[in-house]
Design a protein around this ligand. Structure first.
Ligand SMILES: *Cc1c(COP(=O)(O)O)cnc(C)c1O
Length: 385
């Protein structure tokens, strides 16, 4: 692998050199918690105990950094574990976080309830409104600007370059949750962000068979701090989980291409449908973030669509429960299509807060099945809504 290799090549080869002792093309899964020392302190390859490091995790961390074009990758036991480690690496009591007002519900819960209890304050703000973001920053106290784009579940698109400028003028650490786009479509570090966060459970893993999270960081000092939390608090990926994630990454580029094609076809098919008020998909020309998304995303608009049913909550529930090819389940980003009812599933934790999601909204994670079957399924279920 050379640094000039393009995305799909990096995804397959970064961190994946063959095993020198046997020639195995796929590096072995190092299912080992500890490593022999040749005399005290005589480590082979730098490994001593797998909470501190394991070769299978190192391979994934190298691959993650390469995907995002960053200097350092860190792999965690979940997306929220990655977020928590980053927050603890940066914040101390009294500090303040400015974050998007429709970030993932679990991110809000983590920052507001867990870190809130330790004296961290937060202001949720519409990150498409740059003036509102500037106003929300408190001199001296704000340390992090947390952006999610496209956002979950409303698919709003925020301008990473402009927000990074605002953040850096105020000396903040600018974090982008890149879970929805994946690095195949959007690379926030190249747009000025300091840290990329992933739930690798979603598109990066891609097969709904593993929970994981990642941080990709350019700054050496911040990387050392986050790595220290990972080592000292222990939210690491297990070797088998790291291996499954690595295997998923190798097909990320082709999967994202098909996810994007299928989602665009479904979104275009649904525009103007009598049972729908709105089709929220950044690939549609009349989506408010379309032009921005076309600039900051490359090669597609992703596989996530949200629909607002004109019949309200009851119709939305009937639709979600009538789909057959789409399975009713939390999560997203796998090869199989899923449907989620945010107000009672993924976003139940933000009910009654300013991040509450309307009962009319249904979120589709469009898989890579034959798109004709997906369209038939959606049409059938809308007819019952
Ligand atoms: C799922 C998700 C997370 C949390 O990740 P886990 O792996 O479930 O801990 C964070 N951000 C976004 C956008 C997500 O979809």
């Amino acid at each position: 692998m050379t640094t000039s290799d393009r995305f799909a090549t990096r995804a397959i080869h970064a961190g994946q050199s063959f095993d020198p002792t046997t020639g195995a093309v796929i590096p072995p899964i190092y299912q080992s918690s500890t490593f022999v020392q040749d005399g005290i302190g005589g480590l082979r390859g730098g490994y001593e105990y797998a909470r501190a490091g394991n070769p299978t995790r190192t391979a994934l961390e190298t691959q993650l950094a390469a995907l995002e074009g960053g200097a350092h990758g860190l792999s965690f036991s979940s997306g929220l574990a990655a977020e928590d480690s980053l927050l603890r690496a940066v914040l101390k009591p009294g500090d303040h976080v400015v974050m998007g007002n429709d970030v993932y519900g679990g991110t809000y819960r983590l920052i507001n309830r867990i870190h809130g209890a330790w004296g961290i304050r937060n202001t949720p703000v519409d990150t498409t409104d740059l003036a509102a973001v500037r106003d929300a920053v408190k001199a001296e106290a704000t340390r992090i600007l947390w952006i999610e784009t496209p956002s979950n579940p409303l698919m709003t698109v925020s301008d990473i370059t402009a927000l990074a400028e605002i953040g850096h003028d105020a000396r903040l650490i600018v974090v982008v949750d890149n879970t929805f786009a994946s690095p195949a479509l959007q690379q926030p570090l190249s747009l000025g962000a300091d840290v990329v966060v992933h739930s690798t459970t979603k598109y990066i893993g891609g097969h709904s068979d593993v929970i994981g999270g990642a941080l990709v960081i350019n700054d050496d000092e911040l990387h050392e701090k986050a790595k220290f939390i990972q080592f000292a608090a222990g939210p690491v990926s297990a070797p088998m989980d790291a291996f499954l994630t690595t295997r998923g990454i190798k097909t990320l580029a082709v999967r994202m291409e098909r996810h994007s094609q299928n989602a665009l076809a479904i979104a275009e098919h649904l525009v103007g449908h009598a049972a729908l008020d709105t089709v929220l998909y950044p690939g549609l020309p009349d989506h408010p973030g379309h032009e921005l998304a076309a600039r900051q995303m490359v090669g597609g608009f992703g596989g996530m669509i949200s629909l607002s049913l004109s019949g309200g909550g009851a119709a939305a529930r009937r639709f979600a429960e009538s789909l057959e090819v789409f399975s009713l389940a939390e999560s997203l980003g796998g090869v199989e299509s899923l449907v989620n009812y945010p107000s009672e599933m993924t976003h139940a934790s933000v009910r009654g807060t300013e991040l509450e999601v309307s009962e009319s909204i249904v979120r589709l994670s469009v898989g890579i099945e034959d798109v004709a079957d997906l369209i038939d399924d959606v049409d059938r279920a809308l007819a019952r809504a």
